[in-house]
Design a protein. Structure first.
Length: 570
């Protein structure tokens, strides 16, 4: 065993030869920055973790062999969270056992039940870079989420609406940050030194500069994100919305030489940016955080030349014969030959007036890493029966003492993926209440209790709750669009054949040709992602639509350049 004030990597391996080989690899590569500890059994490793916790040491990663004698590695790793809920956990697999069916089944089961984060193939030689790539990915994730090496520090109460909003903005933007109480000595020193006595959150940036009660625009500008629209507001492709669909469209438009501008009202990522872990996105076998995926896409579009105006909200679309205009708050107006609507959706609200006043003060729409940190060891409730609600419940269970999942239906199976149902069923601190709905709630300045109606028993029960996370579906942000853009009863934008099948859409469409598959009832205005009627509400499908629509944008711009539009006979 070893003890260190540095974050620790813990190896649990019963074979002395294998333990020595793996420990040597870890020590040579990571020993300068991490403490390396090893144990020969699950029992010895548990005792080491208890000792580390008592002395206040950090644990970044636990590697456990699949076979540990008295317990399997997955069983042991499943118990790690009771002591270190944020440590990364990996099951060590021999190269020779990779094709062994029982081993593969054990890995799949451990992943489904949330006992491990992933598996790691044991190093087969010195400087095994395949082994080290996986280890460094784990350490990168842990460091961004839980180490003290942050790009900025937020001094705020996460339970207040503004504190929650700032942390949500930073997380969606892929910015590593730490949080300290607003009444801490460091916060008082910063506030006094700034000469500004306004109340509100304080941000200390990596260079030591301080922002007191900043706006979202000031925060975004401070870490280098484009917030000011370009002086030249004319583009070939103007994309409204910076979620997966909009970012994908920006990557493909800019990479194919189109002058591209993206307008985003909050932060890149959209609803996907609030997901703690997306496990079914192609190419990310261990899963990827929504914020990280969004930030990678933003950087990819930026490097191809796309311009961004973040924290700018589109307020009007002006339809023209040669180009279309999009007006934003702060007086900006951009024009483009083609406009792509990728505004996504917003979470639906509970119809409980008492809870509206507590939004951001214990009542949250969506779930984030910052939210989980604010409810450590508390009882929290999650409303919803879909995948987003299931992912939120599992994520919050890492920190919360108890998570109650409130579902209106009779079971989770109807709307939730099987792997999530299994993981929730295996979690020891998640309970599921079916056929329930919230009728009231309240507290002194923040959420403290909820009234939950049990439809089966026809009775209402009051429960204490430190937080409520609502994930009950969404509505499209299309109220700002003109009437010429045909929508269905739910506000979703009609595209392609659906335009002509709709009475209003048919009346609005002015050309002889059929609308292209992502084209709206206005030629040259397209819609992709969750805002479009009939879209599959998945990140991968949104990315796919964003890439495909650019082919149609090219086709439209080519037609527009070559000849004037021809009116349709009535």
């Amino acid at each position: 065993m070893s003890s260190s004030s540095r974050p620790t990597l813990l190896l649990v391996e019963g074979d002395p030869e294998a333990r020595s080989r793996i420990e040597g690899e870890l020590s040579r590569r990571y020993g300068a920055d991490y403490g390396i500890a090893s144990a020969s059994s699950a029992e010895a490793a548990t005792e080491e973790m208890r000792r580390m916790r008592e002395t206040g040491e950090d644990l970044a990663l636990v590697l456990a062999d699949h076979w540990l004698g008295e317990a399997t590695g997955s069983e042991f790793l499943g118990r790690v969270r009771s002591l270190y809920p944020h440590a990364k956990r990996a099951l060590l697999i021999d190269w020779g056992a990779w094709g062994h069916r029982p081993t593969a089944d054990a890995v799949l089961e451990a992943m489904a039940l949330g006992r491990i984060d992933y598996y790691v193939l044991k190093p087969s030689r010195r400087r095994d870079e395949y082994f080290h790539r996986t280890i460094t990915e784990f350490l990168h994730e842990w460091s961004r989420e839980h180490s003290g090496a942050h790009e900025l520090t937020v001094f705020a109460d996460l339970r207040t609406p503004r504190g929650h909003e700032i942390c949500d903005l930073l997380r969606r933007s892929g910015i590593a940050f730490g949080v300290q109480p607003p009444e801490s000595p460091a916060a008082r020193e910063l506030l006094g030194g700034s000469g500004n006595k306004r109340p509100g959150p304080i941000l200390q940036l990596h260079d030591g500069s301080v922002l007191v009660d900043p706006t979202n625009e000031e925060i975004a500008a401070a870490y280098g994100v484009d917030t000011e629209p370009p002086e030249d507001g004319d583009s070939e492709a103007l994309i409204v919305g910076g979620g997966p669909a909009g970012l994908s469209a920006a990557v493909y438009a800019a990479s194919e030489g189109l002058k591209t501008l993206v307008i985003e009202r909050h932060a890149v990522g959209g609803q996907a940016g609030s997901s703690s872990l997306i496990r079914n996105y192609l190419g990310f076998s261990r899963g990827v955080g929504g914020g990280e995926l969004s930030q990678r896409a933003y950087q990819q579009a930026w490097i191809f030349g796309a311009r961004f105006a973040i924290t700018r909200e589109a307020t009007a679309l002006e339809v023209g014969s040669d180009s279309h205009g999009v007006s934003c708050d702060a007086g900006f107006r951009g024009t483009a030959g083609a406009v792509v609507l990728a505004t996504g959706v917003s979470y639906r609200r509970l119809r409980v007036p008492a809870l509206d006043a507590l939004t951001g003060a214990g009542v949250f729409y969506g779930a984030s890493t910052a939210d989980a940190q604010a409810v450590t060891n508390e009882h929290v409730c999650v409303v919803g029966g879909g995948n987003s609600a299931g992912q939120a419940a599992l994520h919050l269970a890492r920190s919360a003492g108890l998570v109650t999942l409130l579902v209106r239906g009779t079971s989770l199976a109807a709307d939730m993926s099987q792997y999530l149902c299994e993981a929730i069923g295996a979690a020891t601190n998640i309970e599921v209440w079916t056929r329930t709905e919230i009728t009231n709630g309240g507290g002194d300045g923040r959420l403290e209790w909820l009234d939950v109606r049990d439809a089966a028993a026809d009775e209402v029960k009051r429960v204490t709750a430190a937080a409520l996370f609502v994930l009950i579906g969404a509505r499209p942000r299309t109220d700002w669009l003109p009437g010429l853009i045909a929508r269905d009863a739910g506000g979703y934008v009609l595209t392609g054949a659906a335009v002509l099948a709709d009475e209003a859409g048919h009346a609005a469409w002015p050309l002889e040709r059929m609308p292209m598959s992502y084209e709206t009832s206005v030629p040259g205005v397209f819609a992709v992602g969750d805002v479009r009627q009939g879209s599959t509400k998945r990140v991968a499908s949104a990315v796919g639509e964003g890439s495909v629509v650019i082919q149609q944008v090219h086709e439209w711009l080519g037609r527009k350049r070559s000849r004037p539009a021809v009116g349709r006979s009535r």
